[in-house]
Design a binder for this molecule. Structure first.
Ligand code: HEC
Ligand code: HEC
Length: 335
């Protein structure tokens, strides 16, 4: 990887002739917020929404169609070993993925990224990643060169803590496990101008139950196909819908495949022609568009600024808010 950087960088600099405006505002929706943080000294920043759980109702065991066991909410959301409905849907999990570390410093990776590693819009898809990339990015979290542009994003901070606490063997075990799981789609991309009204819980957008609609505007709104499946049951077979603006996929295709006349660089050059990754360069096709935009923006602001991130610098430096949306809509819609 390191040897490739100099000649690639030299070639890419030529593509930076025209100067366009970079994004000037944080794409809040990609971080799971509807309002910016309060200015220093101002009122306390808005939380990412109401928390999950805390329901005073008795925690009765729940069932899921096709699953052999029933589980309570406490079991399903256990930080150190969330219940697994379908253990045969994935390879046997190493201890760190299934349970985290019992000393309390590391939650089970499967709590947020799920046992199959498809993740949720507010965290990250981790299955099918190259093992070398996985290890590198964990090292970047550990060394503080991969952070979130939004300091309110608690779970991104948690990742740094986990990476610092993990041994090399634990990182390797997690990388091998998730790396061996083939990526399959879990987010359906749908073009529209009108979306369900949403509320936010722990950085995750959820469609309101009343069915009311509102204009999408210049956002991507990614919600569970079924709120209960995610919020209550943690059903590993029920995915997400990403609403993207009408026409964005086509515009994104232009930028991704040609670089848009110097606005960016054709992604296939490094991520492979079908965007499924090459060597240590991660796959991006079919992954959560909220996650993709968060990363592109974090790289543009420098919140994510590791050694390999330097290759992405010329890619993101001139992208506007609309470019992020169009690129993510197209990339997420790829098989
Ligand atoms: C509390 C939730 C949570 C838990 C538990 C968790 N993560 Fe994460 N993880 C996140 C979030 C949030 C991000 C994305 C941060 C961002 O926005 O950049 C992330 C990102 C990642 C990424 C980056 C993926 C990529 O494509 O670059 C890797 C790798 C990862 N996590 C591995 C792990 C491992 C290994 C564990 C278990 C030790 C774990 N995570 C546990 C929340 C979590
Ligand atoms: C010159 C090579 C190169 C080009 C061109 C390139 N990328 Fe990347 N990309 C990388 C590398 C290397 C990484 C890993 C960066 C890191 O580890 O911080 C990466 C990481 C990413 C990530 C983060 C993935 C994750 O799992 O967190 C996204 C998203 C991404 N690229 C999107 C794009 C898009 C979209 C384009 C085209 C508009 C593009 N890249 C063009 C080399 C490239």
């Amino acid at each position: 990887m390191r040897r490739v950087i100099p000649w690639l960088m030299a070639g890419l600099m030529c593509a930076l002739a025209t100067v366009l405006t970079a994004a000037d505002a944080m794409p809040l929706w990609a971080y799971g917020y509807s309002a910016p943080p309060a200015p220093p000294g101002g009122p306390a920043p808005a939380a990412g929404g109401t928390g999950r759980g805390g329901s005073p109702a008795p925690d009765v065991p729940k069932t899921l169609t096709g699953a052999p066991m029933s589980f309570t909410r406490a079991q399903l959301f256990n930080l150190y070993g969330p219940a697994d409905w379908f253990p045969n849907d994935h390879p046997p999990m190493p201890e760190i993925v299934a349970k985290g570390r019992q000393d309390g410093r590391i939650f089970a990776c499967s709590l947020c990224h799920r046992a199959h590693g498809k993740g949720q819009p507010e965290n990250a898809p981790v299955s099918g990643l190259p093992v070398s990339y996985f290890i590198q990015t964990m090292t970047d979290f550990k060394n503080g060169v991969r952070k979130s542009s939004d300091a309110r994003k608690v779970n991104a901070g948690l990742m740094t803590g986990f990476a610092k606490a993990m041994t090399d063997a634990e990182i390797r075990a997690a990388a091998d496990y998730f790396g061996a799981i083939k990526w399959t789609p879990w987010v359906t991309v749908r073009e529209t101008n009108v979306v369900p009204k949403t509320h936010i819980a722990n950085n995750l957008f959820l469609a309101n139950e009343d069915g009311e609609k509102e204009p999408l505007g210049r956002r991507i709104i990614e919600v569970p196909e079924n709120n209960e499946a995610v919020e209550t049951l943690r059903d590993p077979r029920s995915g997400f819908i990403a609403y993207v603006p009408t026409g964005s996929i086509k515009k994104g295709e232009g930028l991704v495949t040609t670089g848009g006349g110097g606005r960016t660089i054709a992604c296939g050059l490094c991520h492979g022609p079908d965007l499924k990754g090459v060597g240590p360069v991660p796959p991006i096709a079919g992954r959560s568009p909220s996650y993709l935009v968060r990363q592109l923006y974090d790289m543009q602001t420098g919140a994510r600024n590791a050694e390999w991130t330097q290759l992405m610098k010329p890619v993101v430096s001139k992208l506007s808010d609309d470019d992020f949306i169009n690129i993510a809509a197209y990339v997420a819609s790829r098989p």
